[in-house]
Design a protein around this ligand. Structure first.
Ligand code: AMP
Length: 355
């Protein structure tokens, strides 16, 4: 990974004129809206043309569009963007469109710790991080002939759950699996899904206190996944599989949700443990991150994934969530990110939250 000297990168910046920038997709309406509420200029990076739908949302529209030929070569425009005092807010699609390698090489100040990518994008390292933090993950099944309970088969790098499938026996597995693509087999955890949206600040101590800084819970969602979430309209999964229709896990949207209050201590225990371990492993998962969980009927959490930046599940909460309302009215994750940058800028601490 290229190691930029963030202080050097910021040295030429006009700190009174910072611009918050992101790629026009994913959670960009929320990011631009939040930055605007905190008084920042905004810039939307878009391929080929200005995206017309932003005209319909004046409070989510960036002040300026920056048109590129392809996301892959945003790096080529780095010096032009530096002149605009741009701070980049990466989101899931940003990293995917750019590619992890290009993202790590992007010569622009970026919100959060880019080193997290090495831990999050490699399933083995991700498991090492989460399990050594004391979290419970779904069991991994190494030998498919040993499948004796429902499992979910996940292809590496599959976008939005595409191609994932459930198998209950070895026969079902072997019929469906595409052996040309690398995959893992995981216990299919029965329960209800909660995607928990945290915010970790290494520089503020006004929330759930950690060894360094503090942790907030801003919101939670449940993903809407097609076709699994509506498959019962046609019949039972077993009936459909008999005629060759298999449920899939492609994300199409996000549904707001709250959880029983008695589970919140565990939510904070898990979030805190993940941050503390990340500080030890790579200097910390800074800013927004999301734990993707299933809560079982014993009220135990199993964590199947971590996403180390703003997730699209925060989008239902542009004007605040039932949790963020208890921190400050009208507080979205996008706005919280802008606040962190503003706070750090005032105190000369930008290098602590950017990389
Ligand atoms: P992922 O790409 O790991 O986020 O998985 C995509 C979707 O598959 C999730 O949003 C869940 O609906 C489902 N899923 C993933 N892992 C599991 C699991 N171990 N048990 C049950 N459902 C899962």
């Amino acid at each position: 990974m290229t190691q930029f000297d963030i202080k050097k990168m910021l040295a030429g910046y006009d700190k009174k004129n910072l611009t918050i920038a992101t790629v026009c997709s994913h959670s960009s309406l929320q990011i631009f809206n939040g930055a605007r509420k905190e008084g920042f200029k905004t810039l939307g990076i878009s391929v080929g043309e200005e995206k017309r739908f932003y005209d319909a949302f004046p409070l989510g529209r960036p002040d300026e569009f920056f048109i590129v030929d392809s996301y892959k070569d945003i790096s080529r425009y780095a010096s032009e963007l530096q002149e605009k005092n741009v701070i980049v807010i990466p989101h899931g699609s940003f990293v995917e469109y750019l590619g992890a390698k290009n993202f790590l090489k992007l010569n622009l100040p970026t919100f959060g710790n880019r080193k997290v990518l090495l831990w999050e994008s490699d399933r083995k390292r991700e498991r090492q991080w989460l399990e050594s933090a004391g979290l419970t993950m779904p069991r991994e099944i190494k030998d498919p002939t040993k499948i004796d309970k429902p499992v979910i088969v996940k292809y590496h790098g599959a976008k939005g759950g595409k191609g994932f499938f459930i198998a209950k026996t070895y026969d079902e597995f072997i019929k469906r699996v595409d052996k040309d693509k690398p995959y893992i087999i995981q216990e299919f955890v029965m329960g209800t899904r909660y995607y928990l949206h945290y915010f970790y600040s290494p520089i503020q101590n006004n929330a759930y206190k950690l060894s360094k800084g503090s942790l907030q819970l801003l919101s939670m969602d449940r993903r809407d996944e097609t076709t699994i979430d509506e498959v019962q309209r046609l019949g039972s999964i077993a009936e459909l599989e008999e005629i060759g229709i298999h449920p899939t896990f492609v994300v199409t949207g996000n549904i707001p949700i709250v959880m029983r209050e008695s589970l919140l201590p565990e939510v904070f225990r898990m979030g805190a443990a993940v941050v503390e371990k990340s500080l030890e492993l790579f200097g910390g998962v800074i800013g927004s991150f999301c734990l993707e969980t299933v809560v079982t009927e014993e009220l135990k959490f199993k964590v199947f994934e971590i996403s180390a930046r703003i997730v699209a599940g925060t989008n239902p909460y542009i004007s605040g969530s039932p949790y963020s309302e208890l921190i400050q009215p009208d507080l979205s994750t996008g706005r919280r990110i802008a606040q962190e940058i503003k706070y750090a800028n005032k105190r000369g601490l930008l290098h602590e939250i950017l990389s």
